[in-house]
Design a protein around this ligand. Structure first.
Ligand SMILES: Nc1nc2c(ncn2[C@@H]2O[C@H](COP(=O)(O)OP(=O)(O)OP(=O)(O)O)[C@@H](O)[C@H]2O)c(=O)[nH]1
Length: 343
């Protein structure tokens, strides 16, 4: 019996981990044993920690690069490690700059095609920022192409963060999406809230499994899924095609991880860190990490996405850090400015 795989793709900060948390909670409520492969561009595993803290799920982490290109060779090891734990399904959360079609192709390779079946590819879009992507990233042609492939390769497109835009923007997004994907269902959400039942339909616990997982046509937020990919994933090539080195899915996005000085009073003020994020203008695409605020004992999880910062308490036990992900980020300049904050 093949294990169903759900790929979560979408640009940085679009809401993939938010959706994955819901999917994991729902899977567990159904008595399923989910496995997760979490890929992060940065060297630290912010999202994997969040998942473990909130759902207790064991996560295979692939850090410091993209599993569709620079870290492609590491995917089999992670999948094998998960398979050894006998999951009922596998979620693969990609980095924001990954091409989901490359992962779909990997699942077709002989070592996995007997054991894994692509169940869904879901792409999340950030409603507040997605219309600007083409002009903003025009210098990184690979990235523009990857963002299109995230749309064209999806079975379900979730236009998330719709609370942050006017209805007209949602119509414009729908029109833009239809240029690259004419068929798949589009849903508009905030905090990635969808009826996840159709995504999980047909997935049963190993112990009670009697038939292969089937896709369902039940409604996601009131509308029926239009495309059921019963066959090969989009863009999938023949299994026996000679394996080519994957082209990078981006060229000018980089991640830098910065830590805090270890002195007792070395915390940072909230406004100070938010000001630091904004200092980098459009070149800082995403930041996330666990931070100790000055004068506070508790650690905070900070998220900076789409030029908005949010904070929540964290139980992260390690040394505080922040991962910065940006376009043309100058690591040396970033590090120097960071050190100056504590000078
Ligand atoms: N206002 C608003 N914020 C949201 C929504 N969905 C998610 N967020 C917030 O946006 C931030 C990024 O969400 P994530 O789910 O981590 O996004 P992601 O796609 O996993 O991000 P990366 O892993 O960096 O690619 C978090 O602070 C979320 O709480 C939404 O619909 N509206």
């Amino acid at each position: 019996m093949k294990i169903p795989v759900i790929i979560l793709s979408g640009f940085l900060g679009s809401g993939k981990t938010t959706l994955l948390l819901t999917l994991l909670k729902e899977s567990k409520a159904r008595g399923l044993n989910p496995g997760v492969v979490m890929n992060e561009l940065g060297k630290r595993d912010v999202d994997g920690y969040i998942l473990q803290e909130h759902t207790g799920t064991s996560v295979e982490k692939l850090l410091d690069g993209c599993v569709c290109c620079s870290r492609k060779d590491e995917l089999p090891g992670s999948l094998n490690a998960l398979l050894a734990r006998r999951p009922d399904m596998i979620f693969i959360e990609l980095t924001g700059v990954a091409d989901p079609e490359e992962i779909a192709k990997s699942l077709l390779e002989p070592s996995f095609s007997e054991r894994l079946a692509l169940h869904y590819t879901v792409t999340l879009l950030d409603a507040e920022n997605m219309l600007e992507y083409n002009s903003r990233f025009s210098a990184d042609k690979q990235l523009v192409r990857t963002l299109r492939k995230q749309i064209s390769g999806a079975d379900l497109i979730i236009v998330n963060k719709s609370d942050l835009v006017e209805p007209e923007t949602l119509w414009k997004i729908e029109k833009a999406v239809r240029k690259y994907n004419a068929e798949s269902e589009i849903v508009f959400t905030h905090y990635s809230e969808i009826n996840v039942a159709p995504l999980l339909a047909g997935i049963t616990a190993r112990t009670s499994r009697t038939a292969a997982a089937q896709r369902s046509s039940r409604s996601i937020n009131g509308s029926v899924l239009k495309r059921m990919n019963a066959g090969q994933p989009h863009g999938a090539t023949a299994v026996h095609e000679p394996r080519l080195e994957a082209e990078p899915s981006y060229s000018q996005v980089a991640a830098v991880t910065l830590t805090f000085p270890q002195a007792e009073d070395s915390g940072i003020y909230r406004e100070q860190l938010e000001g630091f994020f904004r200092e980098w203008g459009g070149s800082l695409l995403r930041a996330k990490g666990h931070v100790r605020l000055r004068g506070q004992a508790e650690v905070q999880l900070v998220q900076f996405a789409g030029n908005r910062a949010s904070w929540e308490p964290s139980r992260y036990p390690g040394l505080p850090y922040v991962v910065f992900i940006g376009l043309h980020l100058d690591e040396q300049q970033l590090t120097e400015r960071w050190s100056a904050l504590f000078g």
